[in-house]
Design a protein around this ligand. Structure first.
Ligand code: AMP
Length: 405
């Protein structure tokens, strides 16, 4: 079975086509600048030279048409006919409280995703455009939606409610939802496989540390708490996002600096975090380089970033009454041995012993980086949200086919 995975943004669309017989990626690529002049399609096939094409792609329907065309192109394609695509899986950021797992797209599912536009105004409308574009180009192909929030729907009310008037939850569903759920689930499942232990017998703290960053407490295979909240702004200090701050800073800053709500929103999302403290960059590579060059602000930014992450790990250890496994994933978590070493240095009282050599080794494989005798096992697990989307899509479509006989 060949599964097409799509991650549609407002002006971009990323895709991968998987052969599910061995879960290999046959081709991947992206369309950028949709709706602008000179849209760019980049198409990659393992073992072949990348293809780049600049043309006018005015909407998502045309973008998906171009993707389908390139997949069956005699020179650049990997499929003999579009009928080889048996299902399409979409990443959807917000599933609200309605979606606790991935589902096959139906008219009711589309309506519910539309109802959630308010909770993810930048993301869900774009995902909907992706779904509609597949409807237009591949009308007979089943579609599945996989939600970033779904994995966190197991959180108990004490973790997902905010201590603010309950009427706000009842009326507007203001609560913690959490994000990166597909990644947290994927890496915790991989960790259990690597360690040869059932996930439902483990207490895991999973750190997804990329441009956006979140930590999740996973007990018995279920998310019991996570650091992002109603939106992906809460929690850890990130590249350009503040993470947790005193909420009173918002009205205080608006008054003192005469800022509008949208300006404060932009400040906290785009001009805070590593970028704001270092004054240098939001990219961890440049922060580490700055530290090595003796830049005091870069050093402070790194220390704050590590300190805040370590505090979250400590609080989730308390939330679960201990933990067995600590996982690092995503751009920073997978690649920065400096970050991992600095975080683990302050966690030795848990009986966590990092192996310095294993931590420094570079690899694309999931691996243990703690010492053999360490009470807590520390792992680096490269995340793969697209593969999980392909797997969920494959499973749901196969089940539906069985039911239909
Ligand atoms: P992601 O959002 O998961 O794609 O992560 C992207 C971020 O990972 C970049 O902005 C960098 O800050 C970080 N990153 C990538 N490679 C490295 C590296 N070798 N060392 C430190 N940080 C890295």
């Amino acid at each position: 079975m060949k599964i097409l995975v799509i991650n549609a943004g407002s002006s971009s669309l990323k895709y991968q086509i998987y052969d599910m017989t061995d879960e290999s990626v046959m081709a991947s690529g992206r369309v950028e600048r949709i709706g602008m002049d000179s849209s760019i399609l980049t198409h990659e096939v393992p073992g072949r030279q990348d293809m780049r094409d600049v043309s006018e792609i005015l909407d998502h329907v045309t973008a998906v048409k171009r993707v389908v065309d390139i997949l069956v192109d005699p020179q650049h394609g990997v499929l003999s006919s579009i009928h080889e695509i048996e299902a399409v899986g979409h990443r959807v950021v917000h599933g609200g409280e309605s979606f606790k797992q991935s589902v096959i797209v139906t008219p009711e599912v589309k309506l519910e995703i539309r109802n959630l536009f308010d909770l993810a105004p930048l993301h869900n409308p774009a995902h909907m455009m992706g779904i509609t574009a597949v409807d237009a180009n591949l009308p007979d192909v089943a579609q599945v939606v996989v939600f970033d929030t779904a994995f966190h729907q197991t959180m108990p009310p004490k973790a997902y409610l905010y201590p603010i008037p309950m009427v706000l939850y009842r009326r507007h569903k203001i609560r913690r939802y959490g994000f990166h759920g597909t990644s947290h689930y994927y890496v915790s499942d991989m960790a259990a496989k690597l360690l040869g232990k059932p996930l439902n017998e483990m207490k895991v703290i999973s750190c997804h540390i990329g441009n956006g960053a979140s930590v999740t407490a996973i007990e018995g295979g279920q998310s019991v708490d996570t650091s992002m909240g109603l939106t992906p702004l809460e929690g850890l200090m990130m590249g350009t996002r503040s993470g947790d701050i005193d909420p009173a800073i918002v009205p205080f800053t608006m008054t003192k600096e005469e800022l509008t709500l949208s300006e404060v929103n932009s400040m906290l999302n785009k001009h805070s975090g590593l970028m704001a403290i270092s004054g240098l960059s939001s990219d961890m590579r440049e922060i580490v380089q700055g530290m090595d060059d003796g830049d005091k602000n870069a050093t402070l930014a790194f220390e704050m970033y590590v300190y805040r992450l370590r505090k979250y790990i400590g609080s989730y250890a308390a939330a679960m009454n201990g933990f067995d496994v600590l996982i690092f994933t995503a751009g920073v978590g997978e690649n920065s041995d400096r970050l991992r070493a600095a975080v683990c240095e302050g966690l030795t009282f848990f009986g966590l012993e990092l192996d310095e050599e294993l931590n420094k080794q570079r690899s694309r494989e999931a691996r243990v980086i703690s010492k053999p005798g360490s009470r807590i096992q520390v792992l680096v697990v490269p995340t793969n949200e697209e593969l999980l989307i392909a797997r969920d899509t494959y499973e749901l479509v196969r089940e539906a086919e069985k039911v239909q006989g």
